[in-house]
Design a protein around this ligand. Structure first.
Ligand code: FPP
Length: 248
């Protein structure tokens, strides 16, 4: 099987490998990237945002169907005030400008997480982006913002209880499929591959239910330095894995 094109510079031949249908990325290492350069952490987040734009387009170009990026967790509010403020500012400018770019790629933008904690401007931008992209037919991009998997699971349990009490759902009908339908990722396939750059071996409250059989690839690159070739490397590793889903 020719994993690479004839010329190594051509990169990975994506038609020759089994591509994941859903990729998750924990965009980690922005702070360390900035520190290494003697820059404030917010400079790392700005550089990380550029990488996010580049890698998202690349995923769409090579035919990935779903991409979920972890942008801000339910725990990230604990960071110093000025870092949280600069992240919110960055999200706003991205939602105003960069997400427009995704129009050409027909990318459907969704936000997973609890929107209610964001200020009105940011929340409106999130809703606007979801509304304006919902009829596109390209890759689905889930941006996890104020997302925490435990929070998502508790929310699902509460909604299930309400539906059982309102007789919209029978307790005995609850199964894994029904439970999944109460998560933010309802209707989407589970991630096949989760990539964590920056060399950390943690899941950090990301897609806990959905990643029951996900393949993990940890890469020793800080997110702002992450290149298309690093994604290709992760895809190559993924395609060589033998997924057994608990079978033999
Ligand atoms: C984790 O690195 C990164 C974040 C908490 C922020 C991620 C956000 C972006 C990349 C911006 C993306 C923009 C949009 C619109 C989705 P860290 O700060 O924990 O790094 P460290 O572990 O080196 O300190």
């Amino acid at each position: 099987m020719a994993l690479f094109g004839k010329n190594k510079k051509e990169g990975l031949d994506h038609s020759q490998i089994l591509l994941p249908s859903h990729i998750g990325i924990i965009m980690d290492g922005n702070g360390r990237w900035a520190k290494k350069r003697g820059l404030p952490r917010k400079a790392g987040h700005s550089a990380g945002a550029k990488t996010f734009r580049k890698i998202t387009r690349y995923c769409s170009d090579i035919g990935i169907k779903y991409l979920t990026v972890y942008a801000f967790s339910t725990e990230n509010w604990k960071r110093p005030d000025d870092e949280v403020k600069s992240l919110m500012k960055l999200f706003k400018s991205y939602l105003e400008e960069a997400l427009e770019d995704f129009k050409d790629d027909s990318i459907v933008v969704k936000f997973i997480g609890d929107k209610s904690k964001f200020d009105d401007d940011l929340r409106s931008l999130m809703i606007e982006n979801e509304e304006s992209s919902k009829d596109r037919n390209g890759m689905v991009l889930n941006i996890a913002m104020n997302y925490g998997s435990r929070d998502e699971i508790i929310r699902a349990v509460k909604n299930i209880c309400t539906d059982v009490m309102d007789s919209k759902l029978l307790k005995d009908d609850i199964d894994e499929k029904i439970f999944s339908d109460y998560l933010y990722t309802s209707g989407q396939p589970d991630p096949d591959l989760i990539i964590r750059p920056s060399g950390e071996y943690r899941i950090s409250n990301f897609l806990l239910w959905q990643s029951a059989y996900t393949e993990f690839v940890i890469m020793n690159k800080l997110w702002p330095d992450f290149e298309k070739s690093d994604l290709d490397e992760a895809l190559k590793i993924y395609s060589s894995r033998n997924r057994r889903y608990g079978g033999v």
